[in-house]
Design a protein around this ligand. Structure first.
Ligand SMILES: Cc1ncc(COP(=O)(O)O)c(C=O)c1O
Length: 344
């Protein structure tokens, strides 16, 4: 069996309930490309959580959701304001720029969140033809640093954005973790907070694959179906994405899995901080722990429990927990940290 580590929630497998849903959907023939009952029901399930006006389009990848969502609301002369740590800025190999031609404007951040004071300096040159035109503010929920925007923080950004004719995009690859952390509904941190378009994640929280671009307060352009097809994200066997979302959202599965992953991160941070020399560097609000760790123990730790170094010069590592992380794994991992620190 592959040993579990703390590298990524993407390293976990598929939640057993989702596997059952996939198997159940694997019967007979159904019309391809989304004209099927699973997709219709999954769209309704998303509307149940995000509001009647929510207009979802299923895609394969988070990067695909971000690229297509941003592309739907922008032209190549537009700019997108985001955190310097945002996945669209750091980890999508320039895909949002390449496919949409837009310019990303990164905002400095210590905790993964951006705020109006950091955004404001980029909102300039509106109507000035020499300047790329600010069109979208993109925020990540939960952030790449494991922190979470409260509903009122999102509202503040959305109000500012809308006053300036700018849309709000949310990269919700870990939206379930954020909602579970805040103990709020998905709607409270999206539609009701003024988010216009959401990349709705599933893969990191137990799906095999599958995300959705969801238009909330903004209307999907008529041509969005062409944009998705041309963007290579129209699944022929879409029923398998839809069946997963349907199962995920029809009960509190999405919440339970996210809450568990969050709990495990909290436990890991709490236990790790008891070891002298370990310093947790970010608030642990979702399923990620960022910690400064003595440099010399990192390779030995990684041999047993794989994880990534986040900031090499600062000796800060990132530990991610998943729906299937167990308490025992946390205690085993922290036990090893303690033994290595004591030896050193
Ligand atoms: C914040 C965030 N957004 C989006 C993604 C989606 O990435 P992918 O294209 O690998 O599904 C990830 C995955 O690591 C992520 O962490």
């Amino acid at each position: 069996m592959n040993k579990k580590g703390f590298a990524s929630d993407n390293n976990s497998g598929v939640h057993p309930e989702i596997m059952i849903a996939l198997t159940e959907a694997n019967k007979g023939h159904t019309v391809a490309y989304g004209d099927d009952a699973y997709t219709r029901e999954a769209r309704k399930a998303i509307q149940h959580h995000l509001g009647e006006r929510a207009d979802p389009y299923f895609v394969f990848l988070g990067t695909g959701a971000n690229v297509l969502g941003i592309g739907a609301l922008s032209s190549s002369f537009h700019s997108v304001i985001c955190a310097e740590t945002a996945h669209i800025q750091e980890d999508e190999c320039g895909a949002p720029e390449k496919f949409n031609g837009i310019k990303l404007l990164p905002v400095e951040t210590d905790d993964g969140k951006i705020r109006v004071e950091g955004i404001e300096p980029h909102v300039k040159g509106i109507g000035f033809e020499h300047h790329s035109q600010p069109r979208i503010i993109s925020i990540t929920q939960a952030t790449e640093l494991g922190t979470v925007y409260k509903p009122e923080e999102i509202k503040e950004i959305a109000e500012y954005a809308h006053q300036n004719g700018i849309y709000v995009h949310m990269d919700g690859a870990r939206i379930a973790n954020a909602a579970a952390s805040l103990n709020v509904s998905l709607r409270e941190i999206t539609t009701d907070a003024g988010v216009d378009i959401l990349s709705f994640g599933g893969t990191k929280n137990g799906l095999m694959y599958g995300e959705a671009v969801v238009f909330l307060n903004a209307q999907a352009p008529d041509e969005f179906k062409f944009i998705r097809k041309q963007g290579m994200q129209l699944a022929s066997k879409m029923r398998f994405i839809s069946a997963q979302f349907l199962r995920y959202l029809s009960s509190d599965l999405w919440y339970q899995t996210a809450q568990h992953a969050n709990e495990m991160a909290r436990l890991l941070a709490e236990e790790a901080e008891k070891v002298p020399g370990i310093e947790v560097t970010q608030k642990v609000e979702a399923n990620g722990v960022f910690a400064r760790v003595p440099r010399d123990i990192i390779p030995r730790l990684q041999e047993e429990f794989f994880f990534y170094i986040w900031d090499e010069p600062q000796s800060v590592v990132r530990w991610m927990t998943s729906f299937d992380t167990t308490e025992q794994e946390i205690y085993d991992f922290v036990g090893l940290i303690r033994r290595l620190v004591d030896k050193g």
